[in-house]
Design a protein around this ligand. Structure first.
Ligand code: ADP
Ligand code: MG
Length: 180
């Protein structure tokens, strides 16, 4: 089981964002969370990735509990947050190498960086600053940084929002291939 969620509840002040949610996701599955704005999708992803704690419930990622071993959970996850935070003044390759360093990939940093650049179709854009990229290409950088450490679980929050129809198809293909 890649992700196991039991009776998850999250309350922000007066606002109940998640109410007793349970679900299981198996290895190899590609699952989409559907719901209107404010349904609690991002909240659930932030809890799974250990960015915020739940009010109640049990969450395990690849068997590791988010409270008992948050660092272990984080190391198994690649995460593209909703607003895709990037350093706009960094060059594409420089940024990905920086993220590889954060994951302590050591001598594999260069190889993984080049692999992600190719896989996400960033080769032609690699010498630009991230701030000079279109939204679709920034999204690719966001997906590349999420996958650079070859995580067992990939969590993407609205990876196709704001993209044009062509970019939408390309990013969906990218996600499908990432699961292989
Ligand atoms: P979704 O991603 O499905 O649009 P969210 O998880 O972002 O939904 O939000 C779920 C609900 O929780 C919304 O009503 C939102 O306003 C509320 N919420 C999210 N984050 C906070 C927060 N930090 N403080 C208070 N309320 C929040
Ligand atoms: Mg959201």
């Amino acid at each position: 089981m890649s992700i196991s969620i039991q009776n998850l509840t999250k309350v922000y002040g007066q606002q109940k964002a998640l109410d007793n949610v349970s679900l299981e996701i198996n290895k190899g599955e590609i699952v989409g969370l559907l719901g209107p704005n404010g349904a609690g999708k991002s909240t659930m992803m932030k809890i799974i990735t250990c960015f915020i704690p739940p009010t109640e419930g049990v969450v395990r990622v690849c068997g590791e509990d988010i409270f008992d071993n948050p660092m272990g959970v984080r190391s198994k996850i690649g995460y593209l947050p909703e607003h895709n935070p990037l350093y706009l003044d960094m060059y594409v390759r420089e940024f990905l190498q920086f993220i590889a360093g954060v994951h302590k990939l050591g001598k594999n940093s260069k190889e993984r960086t080049e692999m992600m650049i190719e896989m996400t179709g960033l080769t032609k854009e690699v010498n630009k600053k991230i701030g000079a990229l279109s939204k679709g290409y920034r999204q690719r950088v966001g997906i590349a940084q999420a996958m650079i450490h070859d995580p067992e679980v990939l969590i993407l929050d609205e990876p196709t929002s704001g993209l044009d129809p062509n970019q939408l198809v390309e990013i969906r293909d990218l996600i499908k291939n990432a699961g292989k």
